[in-house]
Design a protein around this ligand. Structure first.
Ligand SMILES: NC(=O)c1ccc[n+]([C@@H]2O[C@H](COP(=O)([O-])OP(=O)(O)OC[C@H]3O[C@@H](n4cnc5c(N)ncnc54)[C@H](OP(=O)(O)O)[C@@H]3O)[C@@H](O)[C@H]2O)c1
Length: 308
């Protein structure tokens, strides 16, 4: 892989992409750059006012952008089902970017009773992808990009108990790490399954290193004692890379022609905290096929979404 920049995004005219979490940070940049390259972009977000603002922001930078707003709350399966139905009805889907996420939130539950981080970051996207699979297959060259994190390395595995069961003790960083490891286990299991079924879909993952977005502010920033939250936000601003750079791994993963299923793209500098997007190695735990199969079973049971 040579050094990859925005100039390498190919012409995407005639392609249709859906990005989750477009109201800020990495999703906003990803949606904008896909639109700039000519793709029709389905902007998926839960808050209608923020969704309007996101569409305005993209149009301000990319006049004539082809945008379709879509209401999607990943923490509510009925919303995921409605959104997937609406998006599928519009025809084939070429690229799905599972980007939205929350981090280190206090113990909360989704509308369906799942722990919030696993529910939003993994289960919501698991359901969405399964419900959009036919549209991705109809593209003839569908691609699913799921955004993980370095924090996937911070845990040994994912819990396979019912996601409605709060367990003995909730650790918010552990729960985040598990949800991000689940993103990787899901990607590699999806890759194995679409290969086995010979479906024209490529499943890949990406991570943005350490990037300045609203993620820290919305998680620990809001729920920790004021000084802790303020320090966390300040450190992120000091150390993190800019969001335009941070979005490059997921953009590359979304558009690079011929990228092999099961690839993982992240920042190329030491420790993968920043730098240009390159192929990186996933943690060994993400390649555990038994864990992946177990997570798949739990995810199907919890969401009621069974992959064809
Ligand atoms: N920034 C980093 O350093 C970093 C590092 C590793 C991984 N990541 C990953 O990158 C992805 C994007 O995060 P970011 O850094 O860009 O953070 P961000 O600025 O906080 O953006 C998160 C996005 O997710 C959306 N979202 C949250 N809960 C949702 C729900 N229930 N339904 C629909 N959308 C929801 C938010 O929408 P609202 O505006 O409605 O809240 C927002 O648009 C996440 O998956 C995160 O885990 C980020």
């Amino acid at each position: 892989m040579t050094r990859w920049t925005l100039a390498d995004v190919p012409d995407l005219t005639g392609r249709r992409a859906l990005v989750t979490g477009v109201t800020s940070g990495l999703g906003e940049v990803t949606a904008r750059e896909l639109a700039r390259a000519g793709a029709e972009v389905v902007l998926a977000a839960r808050d209608p006012e923020k969704l309007d603002a996101a569409a305005h922001a993209v149009r301000a930078e990319v006049p004539g952008a082809r945008l379709v707003p879509l209401r999607l709350d990943l923490a509510d399966l009925s919303s995921v089902r409605r959104a997937a139905e609406e998006a599928s009805a519009a025809g084939p889907l070429d690229v799905l970017v599972n980007n939205a996420g929350v981090m280190a939130t206090p113990y909360e539950r989704t509308a369906d009773g799942f722990e919030l981080q696993l529910g939003t970051n993994h289960l919501g996207h698991f359901a969405l992808t399964g419900l959009l699979l036919d549209a991705l297959v109809a593209s003839g060259d569908g691609r699913v990009v799921t955004v993980s994190s370095h924090m996937a390395r911070s845990v040994r595995g994912v819990s396979l108990r019912d996601p409605r069961d709060p367990g003995a003790r909730y650790r918010r960083w552990g729960a985040y790490g598990q949800s991000k490891l689940a993103n990787l286990l899901f990607t590699f299991e999806l890759d194995r399954r679409v290969r086995a079924a010979r479906l024209p879909v490529t499943a890949v993952a990406a991570h943005p290193g350490y990037t300045v977005t609203n993620l820290v502010h919305n998680g620990i920033g809001r729920s920790s004692p004021a000084p802790v939250g303020a320090v966390a936000v300040a450190v992120t601003r000091l150390v993190g890379q800019g969001v335009e750079q941070g979005a490059l791994p997921q953009l590359r993963a979304a558009v690079e022609p011929g990228l092999e299923g099961g690839s993982y793209v992240g920042p190329g500098h030491p420790f993968e905290l920043n730098g240009p997007p390159v192929l990186v190695s996933p943690p060994r735990s993400a390649l555990d096929e038994q864990q992946a199969a177990g997570l798949w079973r739990v995810s199907e049971e919890a969401t009621g979404v069974r992959y064809p």
